[in-house]
Design a binder for this molecule. Structure first.
Ligand SMILES: Cc1cc2nc3c(=O)[nH]c(=O)nc-3n(C[C@H](O)[C@H](O)[C@H](O)COP(=O)(O)O)c2cc1C
Length: 403
């Protein structure tokens, strides 16, 4: 039975509705991680292992989630990260997430493996960021970047954590293969999700619009996914970053950085920001939880570049933890996609409301009314005395509070 969207109280509730709406093969594509999916649960478990240090009798009457990144002020310290093939989750999924993020004053990152084109997203949601998976063809790269700049994209997010395609056993078992060709078993299971099937029959397989111009004319939606797979991943090394830095005049961000050495190399190459991420546990199952990698990266480059975070956020309090550990901005992947899957625009909006509401409560409960002031001294395990050297504004001391 369909649950009304406002009855969904948590991201978990939205996840259940996504599972109900989507055929198993698509739900597994959205949810799945690499190998045993240990990293998937590690990401969430390790964020939850952090506890906060509440301070009371503080003026929390006015609370603000605003953060400034790359000269823009966002209404909350999180955005929606890049997710490929969202058109399989909901017809027009990229544009829906872009619209909801824009409406709520949050950044949206269009995937390098998107269905919508850069131009369409930039028109619908000015201020969107663009994700780029390095391509084998220099001409495609140059043109994608030119189109991005011409569309007014200011921030390019280059994904570096896919040197090889991961082994996602869940996807392989449930029939997510390229090119997408449902087996009789997949079709039979899909028929238990008639609303999704009706939409699929109406709209067909979603087209990867961004790369369509580079494939031979008339390439089918199915063959476009194979064409894209022939371009990505590449064997590029750090030289790529230098080249992109020369070509791209806007903000340049590397996504998928975990080691502080790589963050240092990014800073040396003139990169403006990094997203500490393990791709939501979809690439290297033995990866460190992204949250555990965050403090070292912040310590290494937090004073020189914008350090951002994703992987495992399911609660507003998770965002508070990441900011306390030094992230300036967080991104969510699945949390937004669950809402999109179950309810389209309304569900994506609900996901943002849930996270925002939970973050607001957390800020009030711990006595830190401004998200931008979260820092190590908001964490129980980190006293101000051993705080990592980041832009952490000290919370007011007891003496200041009583004066
Ligand atoms: C369905 C799906 C597709 C994704 N596609 C991309 C992509 O195209 N580019 C990219 O850099 N990351 C991609 N990611 C990773 C996300 O950007 C993000 O790092 C991850 O989802 C964060 O973890 P979370 O889902 O636990 O929030 C994808 C994630 C999912 C769930």
């Amino acid at each position: 039975m369909t649950v009304r969207v406002e009855k969904c109280l948590s991201i978990r509730d939205l996840q259940q509705q996504a599972r109900r709406y989507l055929p198993r093969v698509i739900y597994d594509y959205l949810e799945g991680g690499a190998d045993d999916e240990a990293c998937l649960s590690r990401n969430e478990d390790r964020i939850r292992a952090h506890t906060l240090r509440p301070r009371y009798l503080v003026d929390i009457g006015t609370r603000s989630q605003e953060v400034a990144v790359f000269g823009r002020t966002y209404a909350s310290p999180f955005g929606i990260g890049p997710m490929g093939m969202l058109g399989m989750v909901r017809h027009g999924g990229d544009l829906m997430l872009a619209e909801v993020a824009h409406r709520n004053g949050l950044p949206f990152v269009l995937s390098g493996a998107s269905n919508a084109s850069t131009e369409a997203v930039a028109a619908k949601a000015p201020g969107s960021w663009l994700n780029y998976y390095p391509c084998k063809s220099d001409e495609i790269e140059r043109d994608l970047l030119k189109r991005a700049a011409d569309s007014g994209i200011e921030t390019l997010v280059v994904t570096v954590d896919v040197p090889l395609h991961a082994k996602r056993e869940r996807n392989m078992r449930s029939g997510w293969v390229r090119p997408y060709k449902p087996t009789p078993a997949v079709i039979a299971e899909s028929l238990r999700h008639p609303a999704w099937v009706a939409s699929y029959l109406r709209h067909g397989l979603p087209v990867m619009e961004n790369i369509r111009p580079y494939a031979p004319r008339g390439t089918s939606a199915r063959d476009l996914t194979s064409f894209y797979a022939s371009q990505v991943p590449t064997r590029h090394q750090w030289g790529l970053v230098g080249r992109l830095r020369e070509q791209w005049k806007g903000n340049l961000v590397l996504k998928g950085i975990l080691a502080p050495e790589d963050a240092e190399a990014a800073a040396a190459a003139g990169v403006d920001g990094v997203i500490v991420s393990n791709h939501g546990g979809r690439q290297l199952d033995r990866s460190v939880a992204a949250i555990d990698a965050l403090p070292e990266v912040v310590a290494a480059v937090g004073h020189r570049m914008v350090v951002m975070f994703d992987s495992g956020i399911r609660r507003g309090s998770d965002i508070a933890v990441a900011l306390s550990l030094g992230a300036r901005l967080c991104f969510v992947g699945r949390a937004a996609a669950y809402g999109l899957a179950g309810y389209g625009l309304a569900g994506a909006q609900r996901a943002i409301e849930i996270l925002r509401g939970e973050l607001d409560l957390t800020l009030g409960q711990i006595g830190c009314p401004r998200a931008a002031e979260l820092g190590p001294n908001c964490l129980w395990e980190r006293r101000a005395s051993d705080a990592v050297p980041v832009r952490v504004p000290a919370r007011r001391s007891a003496a200041e509070l009583v004066s």
